[in-house]
Design a protein around this ligand. Structure first.
Ligand SMILES: Cc1cc2nc3c(=O)[nH]c(=O)nc-3n(C[C@H](O)[C@H](O)[C@H](O)COP(=O)(O)O)c2cc1C
Length: 399
């Protein structure tokens, strides 16, 4: 699933110190299948060279409105005709002011003024500059003029200050761009996704958990958000970072996950429980257990969150995951009935390429009606995309 495959992205680079991160953005977009061309202002060339971006884009980098190019005789108009999206990143305070005024005194500003495609502006500058009322006023003007804006991130700035003004993470800019090309067919819906394992502590330093990486649930949350849903992701501990646009609630134990899910349940339209919630928890002791020859752990059953959700279900569409190692479809069918689900996604976690930790998954779907679908081995993002397609179909039938 490559929504950026063969998309044409024109990147406009300006004179911000964050220009040094643009080669990574170009690589990231290319890895997703996009074709990239670049324009650089004179200011940008004080930070990185056109040669770097030419080598990466495998295209000429355009810097001068008065230079003639036979492939683009009227360079400032032809380049934006080529583009599906124009991304100005990093956008300096200077370029933001010029765009707000409609100035066209170089190639980048002239291209923006004549651009028939949407333009994304990613400001990056020192915090004092960013918060300056003149810059804020100019950003407001850009918003009113229909530019898309990504807010800068907060963190360590090149000038040694901590604050807002950093160019957002390249992964976040890439996700924004990918999301832009998705249909917004879940707009107006609220989707709650759970992911990852839970950790059940037996003493202050030890816990029992499982091998879930969280990749499946994080991918579902990313696609739901990209398709316009207000998306909340509740996850146990993983090494993953939630996608741009996803509201994130980290939890540790089954009890915490249950509390978080139930507090939001009334308010959401769709719940997708992709988390591998622990079925058992040890009895907790408050001091570290001392080393002994043998330790017998007593485990008690945790609360079945999916079962509780099924009991309390009213307007919500409830989707569960069944991770099994034996009798997959029989077990999944049983869970679907017992937990009052609308749909269950079953995966045999010991099959090669499926289940925990892997980048791919091979799943079967069982609907309430008894209908089944067996999907081939796919990337987890592709599974997420198809799953959201099916959910959309069910939602359309309900509406
Ligand atoms: C070391 C250094 C770092 C700079 N970093 C930024 C920055 O991060 N953001 C910004 O808006 N301006 C920054 N500037 C100022 C711009 O480079 C300057 O306003 C320039 O005129 C911008 O030109 P352009 O918008 O045509 O690319 C920096 C200048 C220097 C010397």
């Amino acid at each position: 699933m490559q929504v950026l495959k063969n998309k044409h992205i024109l990147v406009g680079v300006t004179g911000s110190i964050a220009a040094y991160r643009i080669p990574d953005l170009i690589r990231s977009l290319q890895n997703k299948g996009a074709q990239v061309k670049a324009i650089m202002t004179k200011g940008a060339q004080a930070f990185i060279t056109p040669l770097t971006l030419s080598a990466l884009t495998r295209n000429q980098v355009y810097t001068d409105i008065f230079e003639f190019h036979s492939e683009y005789p009227i360079i400032h108009l032809n380049l934006t005709d080529w583009a599906d999206l124009f991304v100005i990143a990093p956008a300096s305070a200077d370029i933001i002011a010029k765009l707000a005024q409609g100035m066209a005194d170089d190639l980048l500003t002239s291209a923006a003024l004549g651009c028939p495609r949407p333009i994304l502006v990613c400001p990056a500058m020192n915090t004092r500059m960013y918060l300056n009322p003149a810059v804020q006023r100019n950003l407001n003007i850009l918003e009113k003029l229909g530019f898309h804006l990504m807010k800068p991130a907060t963190g360590n700035l090149a000038c040694g200050v901590q604050g807002q003004g950093r160019l957002p993470d390249i992964e976040d800019i890439t996700t924004w761009i990918e999301s832009f090309f998705f249909p917004k067919d879940l707009k107006g819906y609220k989707v709650l996704v759970t992911a990852g394992p839970t950790q059940e502590f037996l003493d202050p330093v030890r816990f029992i958990s499982n091998r879930s990486s969280g990749k499946m649930g994080f991918a579902i949350a990313k696609i739901a958000a990209a398709r316009g849903a207000k998306t909340i992701l509740i996850s146990g501990p993983t090494s993953l970072r939630p996608s741009y646009g996803v509201e994130f609630i980290p939890v540790v134990s089954c009890a915490e996950m249950k509390e978080a899910v139930l507090s939001l349940y009334e308010d959401v339209d769709v719940v997708i429980m992709a988390a591998a919630v622990a079925d058992f928890r040890p009895c907790y002791v408050s001091q570290k257990i001392k080393k002994t020859e043998r330790l017998n752990l007593e485990l008690e059953k945790t609360e079945d969150i999916l079962f509780v959700l099924g009991q309390r279900k009213r307007h919500q569409l409830l989707i569960g995951f069944a991770a099994e190692t034996k009798d997959l479809l029989k077990e999944a069918q049983r869970k679907l009935q017992q937990k009052n689900l609308d749909l269950i996604v079953a995966n045999d976690v010991i099959q090669p390429g499926a289940g925990f930790e892997s980048e791919t998954n091979k799943v079967s779907l069982i609907y309430r009606s008894g209908a089944r679908e067996n999907w081939p081995l796919m990337s987890k993002e592709a599974v997420a995309m198809r799953l959201i397609d099916r959910i959309k179909r069910i939602l359309c039938r309900i509406c």
